[in-house]
Design a protein around this ligand. Structure first.
Ligand code: 4AD
Ligand code: MG
Length: 471
């Protein structure tokens, strides 16, 4: 039985007989010794294996190159080197898989270049760190909700309702060429589900129905949007966590959102120190000390966000701040602030967070015209009980609201916006309606923040973006 490198580094006893399996990161060789650094993905650190070249056949020695996989048995010894506390003195080595022409050499490849090898980039230090952190966050999400009595709900991926009413949908069909009416329109009755269906843009509507029986639920899964947004913050397939809570109002949901984000930050700081150290150093190496707009180093940024309460303002207040902001007055915003009712762009969100408040900001009470149909109308008749959480370097990381629980209000919006297939949803208001609230956290955007990576394509294993499905 082989042992994971993580376990050897934590619990290994010197002189113990061990077997490790992994991939060669580097090889150094001289007449007396071969040094191999091996990584098996269990942790950030490599393990150094030391062997005598004369013990290895020449052909085997030539095959020990970066990317090849090996099994090594030997004994764990205290290391003479300064980089590691222990190393393995190998007695026996088996080559598991050769790697001629392996493209990832032990030098820094650009992230753009690694995006052309998404299937191999898991074997680099950077992506090892990112995906171990992504796992830790996902695990902590379940932990957070379970501890608070929420039930994990699997909401469907194929749906008939457009939850956000935005129309950015991927159609689902089993037909090669959908039959058309004489007028040229597609006839969905002949398709698999006898009606138009698509990939879900949000599990919220299903979660609302469940919250009205189970009290507090969360859904956590892949979400699909056919927006043609080729930005560093948008994916066509991304992961969203959506809690939905019966009897919660807008304030309660803001408190829940802040508690979740801080719990996750704290979890990663405590459980992924080696990964964070590596990513922090990576950013420091790229840092331009002359540039005063450089953000705080990662290892200062995360504790800073954890330690400070999020700022809270209304949309109307946000707009007044932005109207008065230097970049607006000097014409530096790509989208100038034109007046009340306009949607906030990520440059505006980032101005509020990075320049004005210098910490995460929760913006509430947006104009109803720019928000989804299900948000609860405020007494002013103009705004809805919405909230967006804005993060440094990212902009919007969470979108949520109190839901419209009043049947007459909801029906009026549904009719006005022509949203189809919502009869079942209206039933939740017909029978025992209640105030309730929830939000959606974009997992990928949160991983972006925690890892300090700059492009969302670098925090999801296999990114899907307009015109691009690498594998
Ligand atoms: O603000 P959004 O559209 O809200 C909803 O979908 C609600 N149904 C959530 C709810 O109340 N249950 O999306 C929520 C979050 C955004 O704040 C953002 O972090 C992320 O999902 N998001 C995306 N992430 C990556 N790529 C995209 N194309 C995204 N669109 C939204
Ligand atoms: Mg939103």
């Amino acid at each position: 039985m082989h042992t994971k490198i993580k376990e050897l580094l934590q619990f290994g006893t010197v002189d113990a007989k061990v077997e490790i399996k992994g991939w060669i990161r580097t090889k150094r060789i001289n007449k007396q010794v071969v040094f191999l650094t091996i990584n098996d993905g269990s942790c950030q650190q490599n393990l150094q294996v030391v062997m005598t070249p004369s013990e290895l056949p020449k052909t085997l020695l030539n095959q020990l190159i970066t990317g090849a996989s090996v099994a090594v048995s030997g004994s764990l010894v205290a290391s003479k080197g300064t980089k590691q506390s222990v190393e393995v003195h190998g007695h026996h080595l088996t080559l598991l898989g050769n790697a001629p022409d392996y493209p990832l050499q032990p030098k820094a490849h650009s992230l753009e270049c690694l995006r052309t090898w998404v299937h191999l980039r898991f074997r680099t230090n950077t992506f090892g760190a990112v995906f171990r952190i992504r796992h830790a966050i996902s695990y902590a999400i379940h932990h957070f909700f379970h501890e608070r009595g929420f039930f994990y709900l699997h909401t469907p991926i194929i749906t008939a309702a457009d939850a956000e009413g935005s129309g950015a949908l991927f159609r689902v069909t089993s037909l090669d060429a959908p039959p058309t009416h004489p007028d040229g329109n597609v006839d969905p009755r002949e398709d698999f589900f006898n009606q138009p269906t698509h990939l879900t843009v949000s599990g919220q509507l299903a979660a609302e129905a469940a919250a009205m029986g189970l009290g507090a639920v969360y859904t956590f899964g892949p979400t699909f949007r056919a927006e043609n947004s080729n930005t560093s913050r948008h994916l066509a397939e991304f992961w969203m966590v959506e809690p939905e809570v019966a009897f919660n109002n807008l304030d309660d949901t803001i408190v829940l959102a802040e508690a979740l984000l801080k719990f996750l930050l704290d979890y990663v700081l405590k459980n992924c120190p080696a990964e964070l150290d590596f990513l922090n150093q990576r950013l420091l190496n790229d840092r331009n000390e002359q540039d005063s707009t450089e953000p705080m180093p990662l290892l200062e940024r995360l504790p800073f966000v954890l330690a400070h309460p999020f700022a809270r303002i209304t949309y109307t207040e946000a707009l007044a701040i932005l109207m008065d902001a230097e970049p607006n007055k000097k014409g530096k915003f790509v989208y100038p602030i034109t007046g009340w009712g306009m949607d906030l762009q990520s440059e505006h969100e980032r101005y509020l967070v990075e320049h004005h408040f210098k910490r995460p900001v929760v913006v509430t009470d947006y104009p109803k015209e720019i928000k989804a149909f299900y948000m609860r109308q405020n007494n002013d008749g103009q705004t809805v009980a919405a909230m967006d959480v804005l993060f440094p370097g990212i902009g919007e990381i969470i979108g949520g609201s109190q839901r419209e629980e009043r049947m007459d209000y909801l029906k009026a919006v549904v009719q006005r916006t022509y949203i189809q297939n919502l009869n079942w949803y209206l039933d939740t208001r017909r029978f025992g309606t209640i105030p309730h609230s929830g939000f959606g956290l974009g997992l990928d955007r949160f991983v972006l923040f925690v890892t300090g990576m700059e492009n969302i394509r670098d925090v999801i294993p296999f990114p899907r973006t307009p015109g691009h499905v690498p594998c």
